[in-house]
Design a protein. Structure first.
Length: 520
């Protein structure tokens, strides 16, 4: 089942395993079982440190399509219910490597927090193998399980457990349950998972412990791990100064972009590939990376003091803000209440859950029309609701959308509320902005695609911002506060493009270095 090329890759990955790992499959029968047995048999053939066993686990595993990882004969809390192919294949490889002793790529402060959890946490992550956001969640929770025996993590392929999906009213992935209750829905990163765990266990956030080995005062600290932030960090590090980059997740918005064809000199790439390339390039320099961590507060002054979500404090002479932007929410009744139950923001991830159903896309810009075209090949019909009198997308996209028989476009439509029945979206109500008449559309899903808002909330009151929340900068990327610079989508710079963000990040670093020289 696994190609020779894939097996060769697994052999390379597992060449330096420190401990033996056994994949234990639950005994029993299932129509997909033979496929899973072949998959696992092929997988373990790649290394003498990998083993495969079939036995009755006495209730430890969900079904005959479930297997768990054992290290030295002991289960380590990581389970897979389904065949982890597609995007989840990497989740299996990383789970094996981490279980065998490969170092985790988690900040020491995060690892300390996870190890302090002293109550049982059973995570279930419902995924789709076509979802590019799901592996991030699976891999994060698998690492948590590796660190702490009180934590278990189970990946569940929703396509193989339709009754379970129906019983839990799941309409989007990833959908995370903790001890049987909903914990997180939709796109969620490691930093957000940690925030949720911190909220449940505030007593475990130990600032004193997180600062047991503090960094010396940094010359430049960059907040943000997207194209602007990475460019800023690299340009600063090339000056031979002390640089730290803090990011809740590397790549930022770019990581969610499927196809990129306008990055000059790179004819075609994907968000995942570009994120990997950014991190690889950054690894060539002496840059301290604090990943999966947020900056909670900034104390301004000649030396700026940053307090991180881990409790750690970092002092820095200059600061570069490159926190980017996030998807804008509708802000209507029924939106937040139904995220994961019919309201979604990623058509690529959640579209398959609405096969042969009626859905709506809110937004007539490029992202909205691209989402409509993506969904049109899966769902029964797509209704595009645009607030303005006309679509704002590029004409080539508009032409494609109008040519599709199952795409209906409604302009001058103001979404009023999203209606649900028995925990699932069933309709959407909008107002005709010309006649002010209310209309209702029966549907099963709503995909929100109405643009971005800057990630600048934590800066309010410290830096001057535009009415839209963008950090105001001059041509040298200077903000209203001395020693604080900003770049990329969080700023007032026009045209939010990857190539522009990279240039702005580089410029911000050069300006910061010039500032440091003048400070002496």
């Amino acid at each position: 089942m696994l190609s020779a090329e894939i097996l060769d890759a697994v052999k390379t990955y597992t060449a330096h395993m420190k401990n033996d790992v056994t994949l234990v499959l639950q005994a029993g029968e299932h129509e997909k079982r033979a496929e899973l047995v072949t998959f696992l048999s092929d997988f373990v053939s790649a290394s003498e440190h990998l083993h495969f066993d079939i036995r009755d686990t006495e209730g430890q595993l969900r079904s005959p399509l479930s297997f768990m990882l054992e290290v030295d004969g002991l289960a380590n809390g990581i389970q897979f219910s389904g065949i982890p192919g597609g995007h989840e294949f990497n989740s299996l490889v990383l789970a094996v490597l981490h279980s065998s002793g490969t170092a985790l790529k988690l900040d020491d402060g995060i690892q300390q927090f996870i190890r302090r959890i002293d109550e049982p946490l059973k995570f279930e992550i419902f995924v789709s193998l076509s979802c590019h956001n799901c592996p991030d969640v699976v891999q994060a929770l698998n690492q948590f399980a590796t660190l702490n025996p009180n934590i278990s993590s189970e990946m569940i392929d929703g396509g193989l457990y339709p009754e379970l999906i129906e019983g839990r009213n799941i309409q989007g992935v990833p959908s995370v349950f903790l001890n049987g209750e909903v914990f997180a829905n939709g796109k969620v990163d490691t930093a957000q998972l940690l925030d949720k765990l911190s909220a449940l266990n505030p007593q475990l956030v130990d600032a004193e412990s997180s600062n047991h080995n503090p960094l010396p005062t940094q010359d430049v600290t960059v907040i943000g791990g997207g194209p602007a932030g990475v460019a800023a960090a690299i340009y600063a590090a090339r000056k031979g100064i002390k640089v730290t980059l803090i990011a809740d997740r590397m790549g930022g918005q770019v990581k969610d972009t499927q196809g990129i064809e306008n990055l000059i000199s790179v004819p075609k790439t994907t968000g995942t590939e570009l994120t990997g390339a950014l991190q690889t390039h950054m690894n060539d320099y002496d840059i301290t990376l604090k990943e999966h961590i947020r900056v909670d507060t900034i104390e301004n002054g000649t030396i700026k003091t940053l307090t991180l979500s881990s409790g750690e404090k970092i002092a820095t002479r200059a600061l570069i803000i490159a926190t980017g932007a996030k998807w804008r929410e509708l802000g209507v009744t029924g939106e937040k209440e139904n995220i994961g139950n019919g309201v979604a923001y990623c058509p690529h991830c959640d579209g398959p859950f609405f096969k042969n159903k009626d859905v709506a896309v809110i937004g007539g810009g490029n992202s909205g029309i691209e989402a409509a075209l993506d969904l049109a090949g899966i769902v029964k019909s797509v209704t595009v609701l645009e607030f303005a009198p006309a679509l704002r997308a590029d004409q080539i996209l508009v032409d494609q959308a109008t040519a599709r028989e199952n795409i209906n476009i409604i302009s001058n439509a103001a979404t009023q509320r999203i209606i649900a029945d028995n925990g699932k979206v069933c309709a959407l109500e909008y107002e005709d902005r010309n006649s002010h008449a209310l209309h209702s559309v029966e549907l099963s899903g709503v995909f929100v695609q109405i643009g971005l808002i800057p990630n600048s909330d934590f800066l309010q009151g410290m830096l001057e911002t535009s009415p839209y929340g963008e950090v105001i900068i001059n041509e040298r990327n200077e903000t209203s506060a001395p020693g604080i610079f900003a770049c990329g989508d969080v700023t007032t710079v026009p045209y939010k493009q990857i190539v522009i963000a990279m240039g702005e990040g580089s410029k911000a670093a050069l300006s910061a270095f010039d500032y440091l020289l003048k400070q002496g």
